[in-house]
Design a protein around this ligand. Structure first.
Ligand code: GDP
Length: 331
């Protein structure tokens, strides 16, 4: 009955997604990403129809500063998974939109081999957005990929702002890709990213094995001082060379171990349940804020109220209260 209300076109789209057709998948994500009200209404129905078919993939969040080797890593890792008979979807940051100056040399070759593989689906983030390429639609795109039968979904984010928290809030396991000798560690600590990491990988170990070893040791010591996000899991620190395919299988084995440990303790599903509730509240917060701004009475009195607060004629508290009360009016 979930398909009630779907347009014939969307019904085909849902069937195409469930059959694993990449074209239908891409179109469904485009619909989900659309900001048009009628598209959003259709997208909600499409998602409802797909929802019973979601939940089976391993959702991996991946972060690291630009240049850490994320796309090189995703390509090597993705191809490795495909070798194991798995299908991989990647919701990736598009460097041409997330960096100023437009398209940079080499963009087109980002994950080139993975892009061409029939068992991979790569979707660049639609725009720079405010969260390093991650948008509020990323979570829905992830669900659509899952319904299309992808065994692993990777959500990539650039190490800026709050994007890590958002991605960690929609994935099962959060991986931090680090460079030895870069001051990265300090950055990660400062931004609270280390607290989110379930697995840390030092990449480019081929360049300086000693430095990577030293950095890994320090990171292990630092992580052991943190209160672990989960009592069943102490985040391991691995080393890899994405460029030369070193350490890639170890990463995969570690992620499988993570899933096993978390599933056995019940923490895996508990985390997902918590994420869906958190997500609902986030949507309610966003929706309320939007309704507030669009409410005619609020709109009409906002300029005067803002002026009154700036000029010191009204306190912020009183002004906020008055504006919120206006929402109870129906005109
Ligand atoms: P991203 O910005 O995090 O996606 O980083 P890229 O994957 O684009 O990598 C940035 C640069 O580092 C590229 O020139 C890669 O070839 C290089 N690179 C990535 N991984 C490795 C590695 O393991 N070893 C070496 N030597 N270079 C790497």
């Amino acid at each position: 009955m979930a398909e009630l209300g779907l347009t014939p076109e969307d019904r085909d789209r849902v069937a195409g997604v469930l059959a694993g057709q990449r074209r239908a998948l891409a179109k469904a994500i485009t619909l989900v990403e659309s900001t048009r009200a009628d598209h959003q209404a259709r997208a909600a129905l499409v998602l409802d129809a797909l929802l019973p078919h979601t939940g089976k993939s391993l959702r991996i969040g991946l972060t690291g500063v630009p240049g850490a080797g994320k796309s090189t890593f995703i390509e090597a890792f993705g191809l490795h998974l495909i070798d194991q008979g798995l299908k991989v979807a990647v919701l990736a940051v598009d460097p041409s939109s997330s960096r100023s100056g437009g398209s940079i040399l080499g963009d087109k070759t980002r994950m080139e081999r993975l892009c061409q593989n029939e068992f991979a689906f790569i979707r660049p983030s639609p725009s720079a957005g405010t969260l390093g390429g991650v948008t509020e639609k990323t979570r829905e795109a992830l669900l659509v990929c899952e319904a299309a039968g992808y065994d692993v979904v990777i959500v990539e984010t650039v190490g800026v702002g709050q994007s890590e928290t958002v991605v960690a809030g929609m994935t099962d396991v959060f991986v931090l890709l680090q460079l030895p000798n870069s001051g990265d560690d300090l950055q990660a600590i400062k931004k609270g990213i280390m607290e989110l990491a379930d697995v840390v990988i030092y990449n480019k170990v081929d360049l300086d094995a000693t430095a990577a070893e030293r950095a890994a040791l320090q990171m292990r010591a630092a992580l052991s001082l943190l209160h672990p996000a989960n009592p069943n899991w102490q985040p391991p620190v691995l080393q890899a060379s994405a460029l030369h395919g070193q350490g890639i299988d170890k990463v995969w084995q570690t992620l499988l171990k993570y899933r096993e440990a978390m599933t056995e303790s019940g923490a895996f599903m508990e985390k997902r349940r918590r994420q869906t509730i958190d997500w609902m509240w986030q949507l309610i917060d966003t929706g309320l804020r939007q309704r507030f701004r669009e409410h005619p009475a609020v709109k009409a009195s906002l300029p005067d109220t803002l002026r009154a607060v700036t000029e010191g004629a009204a306190t912020s508290t009183a002004a906020a209260q008055r504006l919120l009360n206006l929402m109870n009016r129906y005109f």
